[in-house]
Design a protein around this ligand. Structure first.
Ligand code: CUA
Length: 422
C-alpha cells in the first residue's frame, strides 16, 4: 500500500513539528502573516475590500459561491444516499443482474433543465447588474467624480491628472503611485504605451485591460483614506510579475495639500549652508548582493501604517547634504538621465520615456513598486536596473546602449538628489 504508507510518513508527528517549526522560524513569519491567512486578508485581498466597486464584485462572488455550494450539497447527498442504500452487501448482490434500465424520465429531465436555468438566472441577474454598475461612475455621482488617466508601460504605470494643468508642462503626471481623494468616485481612463497590461487594485476594483490604441476605462472609490497595493494583471513581458503600483487615498484636505505640492516644480535644496553641513550623509550606504527580482518591499513600516509611512515621505529627509545633492543634480544631466525623465525645474529634464521624477522623493516605492523608496534600495536600483527588473528600458536603452557607468560616489550623489525631490 504505497499511498497510505507515504501519508503515514508525511504525517508523522516529528515531521509535522519540523515543518511547522521551519515555518514559524522563517523571518517572514510574523503574527500578522498568520492572522492574514486565517482571515483571508492581506495587501491584495479581494475578500476584505475597501470600496464600493470591489464590494459589488465580492457580493457577486458570494452569490456564485452559495449557488454552487447548494448544488454541491444536493448532488453529494443524492450520491451518498445512492452509494449507501444500493451497496452490494452479499455475494449474491455482487453477481446479481442489473436492474431494468429506463430510457429517460421526462419529469426528471424537465426538472433538471428547469433547475439549471433557475440557478443560472440567480447568477446572471446580479452579474448583469454588476457589469453595468462597475463599468463607469454611476450617473448620479458623475458630477462628483475625479478623473485620472493611467497608462501602462513596460514595466511601470504613468498617472495623469487632466484636471490639474501646469503652464508649459500640461497634465500633472506621477509614476507608480496614484493618489486619489477618498470617498469620491474616481474615473480612470486606461491606456497602454506598448503592449497589453491590466489595471488591478484588488481592494478597490479591477481588473480591466489597458490595450494599445484603444481607450478603456474603469472606476473605483476608496471608502476612507488608505494605502492600497495594485499590480499589472496581464502578462506583458519579462518583468510583468514585478509591474506593480500603489493607490493612496487621502482625505479631501490632504489631497488638496498633496496636489498643491505636486504642482510645484522640483524642490531645490539651497547650497548656501553646504560648508557647515555634515558631508557624509550616505557614507555607510550599503550595496550588498541581491538576487534578480529580489523584492525590496517589506510591507512593514516599523509599527506605523503604510499610509503614515507614505505621509512621512512627503517631508525632507534628515539630515540632507546640499553639496552632495548639487553634485547629484549635475550628474542627473551629465549621465543623460534627463533625456528620459522629466524633473520640472531642472533645465533640460523633459524626457517622457520614463516616469516623471519631479517629486520622486515623496513616493513610498520605486522601480514600478518593487522596492521601497529608501537610500539603500534606490542605490540598488540605479546601480544595476537590469538585475532588479530584467529587460527594463532604462537598462537596455539607457545604461547598455549608451555605455553609462556610475562610480560608487556618483551613485550616492544621485541617490541624495533623487531623495531630495519631495
Ligand atoms: Cu504590464 Cu503585466
Amino acid at each position: 500500500m504505497r499511498l497510505p504508507f507515504l501519508l503515514k510518513k508525511a504525517l508523522s508527528p516529528a515531521r509535522l513539528a519540523l515543518a511547522l517549526g521551519g515555518i514559524l522560524l522563517h523571518p517572514d513569519c510574523r503574527a500578522s502573516f498568520w492572522s492574514d491567512i486565517w482571515s483571508l486578508d492581506g495587501h491584495q485581498s479581494t475578500i476584505h475590500v475597501e470600496g464600493p466597486v470591489a464590494q459589488a464584485q465580492l457580493n457577486l462572488f458570494y452569490v456564485t459561491c452559495w449557488v454552487t455550494f447548494i448544488i454541491f450539497v444536493i448532488v453529494a447527498s443524492i450520491l451518498a444516499y445512492a452509494t449507501i442504500k444500493f451497496k452490494a452487501r452479499t455475494e449474491a448482490d455482487e453477481h446479481a443482474e442489473p436492474p431494468p434500465q429506463g430510457h429517460g424520465n421526462p419529469m426528471v429531465e424537465v426538472g433538471l433543465i428547469g433547475g439549471t436555468v433557475f440557478c443560472l438566472v440567480i447568477i446572471a441577474v446580479p452579474t448583469l447588474r454588476n457589469i453595468w454598475y462597475t463599468y463607469d461612475v454611476p450617473a448620479e455621482e458623475k458630477a462628483n467624480a475625479y478623473e485620472v488617466t493611467a497608462t501602462g508601460y513596460q514595466w511601470w504605470f504613468k498617472f495623469d491628472y487632466p484636471s490639474e494643468q501646469i503652464v508649459g508642462a500640461g497634465n500633472l503626471t506621477t509614476g507608480n503611485e496614484l493618489v486619489i481623494p477618498a470617498g469620491r468616485p474616481v474615473h480612470v481612463n486606461l491606456r497602454s504605451n506598448d503592449v497589453m497590461h491590466s489595471f488591478w487594485v484588488p481592494k478597490l476594483a479591477g481588473k480591466v485591460d489597458m490595450i494599445p490604441n484603444r481607450g478603456n476605462l474603469l472606476w473605483l472609490e476608496a471608502d476612507k483614506p488608505g494605502y492600497f497595493w495594485g499590480q499589472c494583471a496581464e502578462f506583458c513581458g519579462d518583468s510583468h510579475a514585478v509591474m506593480r503600483f500603489r493607490v493612496i487615498a487621502l482625505s479631501p484636505r490632504d489631497f488638496e495639500d498633496w496636489l498643491s505640492n505636486q504642482l510645484k516644480p522640483a524642490r531645490e535644496v539651497p547650497a548656501a549652508a553646504a560648508a557647515d553641513q555634515p558631508k557624509a550623509q550616505f557614507a555607510s550606504l550599503p550595496l550588498r548582493e541581491y538576487r534578480t527580482n529580489e523584492p525590496g518591499v517589506s510591507g512593514l513600516y516599523d509599527g506605523v501604517s503604510p499610509l503614515d509611512a507614505w505621509k512621512a515621505k512627503q517631508f525632507p529627509e534628515t539630515p540632507e547634504d546640499p553639496a552632495l545633492i548639487a553634485q547629484g543634480r549635475a550628474l542627473f544631466a551629465a549621465k543623460t538621465c534627463v533625456t528620459c525623465h522629466t524633473v520640472r525645474g531642472v533645465p533640460g529634464a523633459m524626457g517622457l520615456q520614463g516616469p516623471d521624477l519631479t517629486h520622486v522623493g515623496a513616493r513610498s516605492s520605486i522601480a514600478g513598486g518593487l522596492l521601497d523608496n529608501n537610500a539603500e534600495d534606490l542605490r540598488r536600483w540605479i546601480h544595476n536596473p537590469g538585475a532588479v527588473k530584467p529587460g527594463n528600458k532604462m537598462w537596455v536603452n539607457g545604461y547598455v546602449a549608451n555605455h553609462i557607468t556610475l562610480a560608487p560616489d556618483e551613485e550616492v550623489a544621485l541617490v541624495a538628489f533623487l531623495q531630495s525631490l519631495k
